[in-house]
Design a protein around this ligand. Structure first.
Ligand SMILES: [Zn+2]
Length: 105
């Protein structure tokens, strides 16, 4: 199979999984709204934000892959190529470890 096809499949599968989790979370959230547990709601909102960020990450990777301009598979900040193994596992990677750790400072 074409390498890009493999990445597309992995991205689509992960995107679907996250969308499902988001849907499950929202279904649970409506239920929790009724018991007015503020703390629980904050946690749910945080989880929802994380899932949405994850979906955005996947969507950006799909856009780079479609663009086929060489940006896919490289760090969006410094341009370093990702290790093929890492990319196979996580085709949504967009930052190398050193750029990601700089952002955490
Ligand atoms: Zn980098």
């Amino acid at each position: 199979m074409d390498k890009n096809e493999q990445y597309k499949k992995t991205l689509a599968a992960k995107g679907w999984e996250i969308a499902q989790r988001l849907a499950d979370l929202k279904a649970g959230k409506d239920f929790r709204l009724s018991d007015l547990d503020g703390l629980d709601l904050d946690t749910t909102n945080l989880q929802e934000k994380r899932l949405r960020d994850y979906l955005d990450l996947i969507e950006r990777a799909r856009t780079r892959l479609r663009a086929d301009d060489g940006s896919f598979g490289r760090c969006i900040q410094c341009g370093t190529s990702f290790a093929p193994g890492a990319l196979r596992e996580m085709p949504w990677l967009e930052q190398c470890q050193s750029c990601a750790s700089l952002n955490d400072l």
